[in-house]
Design a binder for this molecule. Structure first.
Ligand SMILES: C[S@@+](CC[C@H](N)C(=O)[O-])C[C@H]1O[C@@H](n2cnc3c(N)ncnc32)[C@H](O)[C@@H]1O
Length: 271
């Protein structure tokens, strides 16, 4: 998967994403990063990329032209290599809030373009022209879009096959099935007087799985009641099996019969 990032600070993006897991994954060719400097596409003799906002107001706005030309150049490269017109994510506090489901969906793309805003944001006209997705990382305002883009790229990358050494770990992590992950322990078996739960040392995989699910549910209910409600709606408790009514013991029937017979007898004798 190829990430193309339109930014005024390419060194910030490359410096961070080329280390650790994303860096190794890019060395191995599972993902690639292409941070493109929007300033390189400015036609201004001073390479200016921002200007005052019409109507007044504090701060500067990123202009449409350099961003548009930057995007067109990225798009051309992708199309020339046989790819399709990519999705373009503008990272903005005004977007839908990013989550694991979005990460899973975006991880299916071959190419993904990110636009990082700065200053007061970006001229609306270029957004209308190129952006397909408006995505936020939370309800707060940062100085620029580089950190949000890196957050999203990191979360998406680890869902690309091959990026994690053990792909299964992404399947059992928090937010899969709307549950948080269960508590985990490593060596030693006892630390500061706290012991690893005995079930995890039992070697009984079925019991371990049951314990983990139980702890995931408990933890989600306590820490993220909003997620727990979604999980519960998708996993309603199984209706309890109806208890079968106990058959009357045979001797009771017999004694009832005897009572009936006796009372019949009495009625005849009375006559
Ligand atoms: C100072 S912010 C602009 C905020 C804008 N004036 C507003 O009120 O919506 C500058 C840039 O940082 C990025 N940014 C800031 N907060 C963000 C967030 N929570 N999620 C994603 N991007 C964000 C966006 O790219 C934005 O264009």
């Amino acid at each position: 998967m190829n990430f193309h990032i339109m930014t005024l600070f390419p060194e910030m993006i490359m410096g961070s994403l080329s280390s650790s897991i994303t860096g190794r994954a890019s060395d191995k060719g599972y993902i690639s990063f292409n941070a493109v400097n929007i300033r390189d596409y400015s036609t201004d003799k001073h390479h200016k990329v921002d200007d005052y906002t019409y109507g007044g107001g504090a701060g500067m706005l990123m202009q449409a032209q350099p961003i548009y030309d930057c995007y067109k150049s990225i798009e051309k490269d992708i199309l020339d290599k046989g790819g399709k017109a990519p999705r373009v994510v503008y990272v903005t506090p005004q977007g839908s809030v990013f989550n694991q489901k979005m990460a899973q969906e975006l991880a299916q793309e071959e190419d993904l373009v990110f636009l990082c805003g700065h200053y007061e944001g970006v001229d609306e006209r270029v957004l209308e022209e190129i952006v397909t997705d408006y995505v936020s990382i939370g309800d707060y305002v940062l100085t620029g879009g580089e950190l949000p883009a890196m957050v999203m790229i990191d979360a998406i990358s680890r869902l690309v096959p091959g990026v994690l050494n053990n792909d299964e770990s992404a399947m059992t992590e928090s937010f899969n099935n709307n549950l948080l992950e269960y508590p985990q322990y490593s060596r030693p078996e006892e630390w500061m007087g706290k012991k690893v739960p005995a079930i995890l040392l039992s070697g009984d995989h079925k019991k371990v799985d049951e314990w983990r699910l139980e702890k995931s549910i408990e933890r989600t209910k306590e820490r993220r009641p909003d997620l727990y409600e979604i999980w519960l709606a998708e996993n309603p408790p199984k209706p309890e099996k109806k208890k079968r009514r106990k058959k009357k013991p045979v001797e009771n029937i017999e004694s009832a019969e005897t009572v009936r017979e006796d009372s019949n007898k009495e009625q005849i004798e009375d006559k």
